[in-house]
Design a binder for this molecule. Structure first.
Ligand code: AVI
Length: 326
């Protein structure tokens, strides 16, 4: 029998429910930030990316504007044809800077955006059809690890993989190494990856980006509880939780929590369980790590890549690091 699928993320509902069950039964409580992204979560994240406080997207956009020709020279290496693949492509706002330039320069490449959401891919493909009709686009829908397996089956043409927006920061170090090592295993020597890293900086700048005065980031975090209410039949009372964010300048860990404002019990129909919360008990919901060059070098070396070039914005807030599979 086919498993029931949660349409938004194409995950079996029982996997979703069982992960929530382990997260809420654990001590300390934790839920993965991958569950932020239902339709409302996608909408709120788009809104975050337009906030002045959330500098990450603008910084990476500026890096692409400044270095698009240099990137093309590395990617196409003397006119070689390549597949440009992108994990977590989203609306493609930043990537279009590269796609437009590469198309204008008649580079020999196709674009393969990869996203967990079929809707996001459809919208991206149709906007690209209008804006860059000559570009060959082939969307791939699925979880990162499913797609990595499919990637191995592509022809021998060079692959260049984009992993932008500091999505890598949402992994802990061991998870990042395991993801990048699997990515490396699906590539050939000489293939390239371009990874966006948000760098350590003035802690106040980071705190403002993840706790904006408009409450958009708060709503983005709280939406997780709404989602559990809607999809798993939970009965979270949103007035009894608040969003809290912390930043540790030593480790570079920016963490988000939902804090219980009262001693309370929450029942989730899909897990057939009731969870007890102490007053002030946190649920850890996201990590957004900030990097330095030592950590970037260490990540590359431990996962089978060599750093070719680090590209930075003028504020030195963000780095796009170009790696080659060794
Ligand atoms: C998707 N990811 C890279 C974002 C980040 O910066 O960690 C998600 C986000 N969380 C709060 N604001 C944005």
């Amino acid at each position: 029998m086919e498993k029931e699928l949660n349409e938004e993320v194409l995950l079996p509902t029982d996997t979703f429910a069982s992960e929530i069950d382990s997260g809420l039964s654990a001590s300390p409580k934790a839920i993965s930030s991958r569950y932020f992204y239902d339709a409302e979560g996608d909408r709120l994240f788009q809104k975050i990316m337009q906030l002045d406080e959330y500098y990450l997207s603008r910084a990476e956009y500026a890096i692409f504007e400044e270095h698009k020709e240099l990137l093309l020279q590395y990617f196409a290496d003397q006119g070689t044809a390549f597949h440009l693949m992108e994990f977590g492509a989203g609306d493609g706002w930043k990537t279009k800077v590269l796609l437009r330039h590469f198309t204008e320069q008649h580079a020999k490449f196709d674009y393969r955006p990869i996203d967990i959401s079929g809707n996001v891919l459809q919208e991206l493909e149709s906007s690209l059809q209008t804006e860059l009709p000559a570009l060959q686009v082939q969307g791939m829908e699925g979880e990162y690890f499913e797609v990595l397996n499919q990637m191995q089956k592509t022809d021998g043409q060079r692959k260049v993989v984009l992993f932008l927006g500091s999505n890598i920061g949402n992994f802990r170090q061991h998870q990042a190494i395991s993801f990048l090592s699997s990515l490396r295993a699906s590539l050939n020597e000489g293939d390239m990856v371009l990874i966006g890293f948000d760098m350590k900086k003035d802690p106040h700048v980071i705190r403002d980006a993840y706790d904006d005065p408009w409450g958009v980031t708060r709503d983005f975090n709280m939406n997780l509880l709404n989602r559990l209410n809607k999809e798993l039949g939970a009965n979270f009372d949103l007035t009894k939780f608040k969003h809290y964010q912390s930043y540790d300048p030593q480790s570079g860990e920016c963490k988000s929590y939902l804090i219980s404002l009262a001693e309370q019990e929450v029942t989730v129909q899909a897990t057939e369980a009731t969870y007890y919360f102490k007053k002030w008990e946190p649920i850890h919901v996201e990590i957004s790590r900030k990097f330095d060059f030592e950590t970037i070098d260490e990540l590359a070396a431990s996962s089978g890549f060599g750093v070719v070039k680090n590209l930075r914005d003028t504020d030195e807030y963000f780095t796009d690091s170009l790696w080659v599979a060794t």
